[in-house]
Design a protein around this ligand. Structure first.
Ligand code: G3I
Length: 509
């Protein structure tokens, strides 16, 4: 378990003394004050790549202060697991209760989080009075429910799961009072009612076992293709991703998300967990970690994938053991609210370290700028490398890669090391044209070292770099992949660090 993770959540004894030792080494090497080494949260790592990481939650859990502290700090969106459902909001016809849902939106507001509203029309957790209505009254009951609930939460909810789980496993429509009364038109009617109630919310259809390619996701694809063609207000498709190690990983998940995105829709992973038959063992946990990694990688690979929500982040409150007796261990944190190794896997998939304890010889890159001018003729990144592992790193094996765009003008560059406590004589630097040029990333500044060792916990301190084109023409740094705007160090997942040729930190463009 990582030192930094536990120290962040404030539950590991003895950390201050260890930290002091780390800081002393850092200061000695860098010749100045230690740099902050607080790891980014899951959400911050995702946000650096334009995504969110969210969690489901429920009202009773919010009074668990340690739980709420992690929920409020680690996740950027929350989804009420139960309290915006029909049985919670309109238990009797026309009598609406919003207290529990309001507690969720209040929590989100207090913690700067977004909310996924869940869910307006679903066959489950539906009060008995709906199923007992004569068919000709179902449509008005449904549109009134949507108007009241989505209207109440207008402005507090980013996205709504307007219709939940409308499909059978074979891709046909699931029976229920809404299908019975209106045929499959109930879906378009629900979306139009939600749009009227909250024109700014993103409107989703959400289902499970649609994560990969197959009959059920084909059914979803046919439906949303028609809705888009007919101009029905739909913004996205949610993929619940309730996975289990014993059933295999959904085939073609990335391709599946992409085909929906290609219809012009957003996609999101809305309820991720990966359960297993208990007891857990190393093989099952390794399979589970691989599934989490692949889900996050799929979302990262699809531009229109907005983010990933886990269906509560801790085994303490997971729905799995209640619904599947004998199964569990499905989430990122254990029942004592400590992050499990799979949490580190997700961090790594998001381009971060694994939370501070990333094994032997792990480095992370931090960045600050000393140049706010984005249109002049020089680029001036300032880097700091931190050894977050527990063994020394041989700096001669390290290459740091800062990505930028060269624009028009000379294709040759001059590079400089202006200052480093390591001595600029030990710092090598050169510009390399990208093998696969991308917008904002057609060149990279490669920084290496002629030698030296970075001790566990130590930091290099400033490596002040500068580059220009040989014709001194201007850059446009605004879209440069690796550039940041902060003037003090923050972790930089868009700066890659290779050790011995293998990627040890960051995500390459
Ligand atoms: O609140 C009552 C409590 O008073 C009572 O003592 C207890 C006894 O059973 O039940 C409590 O209600 C439970 C409720 O969760 C709140 O904890 C229900 O029994 C239980 O069935 C319900 O389960 C929820 C489940 O949806 C119902 O289908 C889960 O918490 C919720 O996480 C789960 O979420 C669904 C998504 O909405 C849609 N996708 C699948 C996902 C997992 O099933």
């Amino acid at each position: 378990m990582s030192l930094a993770k536990r120290s962040r959540h404030g539950r590991t004894a003895g950390i201050p003394a260890l930290l002091l030792a780390v800081l002393a080494v850092t200061t000695a090497l860098a010749g100045g004050p230690a740099q902050a080494a607080e790891p980014l949260t899951l959400h911050e790592l995702a946000a650096a790549q334009g995504k969110y990481v969210g969690s489901a939650t429920d009202n009773p859990e919010l009074s668990d202060a340690p739980y709420a502290a992690i929920l409020g700090s680690e996740f950027g969106r929350i989804t009420p697991g139960n309290s915006m459902k029909w049985d919670a909001t309109e238990p009797q016809q026309g009598r609406f209760t919003f207290e529990r849902g309001d507690a969720i939106t209040d929590f989100a507001r207090a913690h700067g989080q977004g909310v996924r509203g869940h869910t307006l029309v679903w066959h489950s957790q539906l009060p008995g009075w709906v199923a007992a209505l004569p068919p000709e009254q179902v449509e008005s009951a449904m549109t009134n429910h949507i108007a009241q609930v989505a209207g109440h939460y207008r402005g507090a909810v980013e996205a709504w799961d307007v219709v939940n789980e409308p499909f059978n496993e074979d891709g046909t429509f699931r029976a229920g009072p809404f299908l019975d009364a209106m045929g499959s038109d109930y879906i378009a009617t629900a979306l139009r009612a939600a749009h009227a109630a909250d024109p700014d919310a993103d409107l989703y259809i959400n289902d499970y076992n649609t994560d990969g390619l197959g009959a059920k996701s084909d059914g979803m694809y046919r439906l949303v293709s028609e809705l888009v063609a007919e101009g029905v207000p739909i913004d996205g498709v949610g993929f619940q991703s309730h996975l289990a190690v014993q059933y295999g990983f959904p085939e073609g998940m990335r391709q599946n998300l992409q085909r929906f995105a290609d219809l012009g829709l957003d996609v999101a992973v809305t309820e991720l967990d990966v359960r297993m038959q208990l007891p857990a063992d190393p093989a099952k946990l390794a399979t589970q970690a691989g599934y989490y990694q692949r889900v996050f990688e799929a979302c990262l690979a699809v531009t229109r994938c907005e983010g990933v929500t886990v269906w509560d982040y801790t085994d303490k409150y997971s729905w799995v053991p209640g619904a599947f007796p004998g199964q569990g261990a499905a989430t990122l944190y254990d029942e004592n609210l400590l992050p499990k190794p799979v949490y580190g896997t997700v961090r790594t998939a998001l381009g971060g370290d694994d939370g501070g304890g990333g094994g032997p010889g792990t480095l992370k890159a931090q960045y600050r700028t000393q140049d706010q001018a984005t249109g002049d003729n020089q680029i001036k990144p300032v880097l700091n490398l931190v050894n977050t592992g527990d063994t020394p790193v041989d700096l001669s094996t390290v290459t740091v890669r800062y990505w930028f765009s060269g624009e028009a003008g000379a294709a040759s560059y001059t590079t400089w090391c202006d200052w480093s406590p390591l001595g600029c004589g030990t710092v090598t630097h050169r510009v390399v044209a990208a093998d696969t040029p991308k917008a904002g990333a057609d060149h990279h500044l490669d920084v290496g070292f002629t030698g030296g060792t970075l001790a566990p916990g130590a930091a290099t301190g400033d490596i002040q770099l500068r580059l220009n084109k040989t014709d001194w023409s201007n850059f446009d740094e605004a879209d440069d992949y690796s550039r940041g705007t902060g003037t003090s160090y923050t972790d930089a997942p868009k700066i890659a660090v290779h050790i011995g040729g293998a990627l040890a930190w960051g995500i390459e463009p």
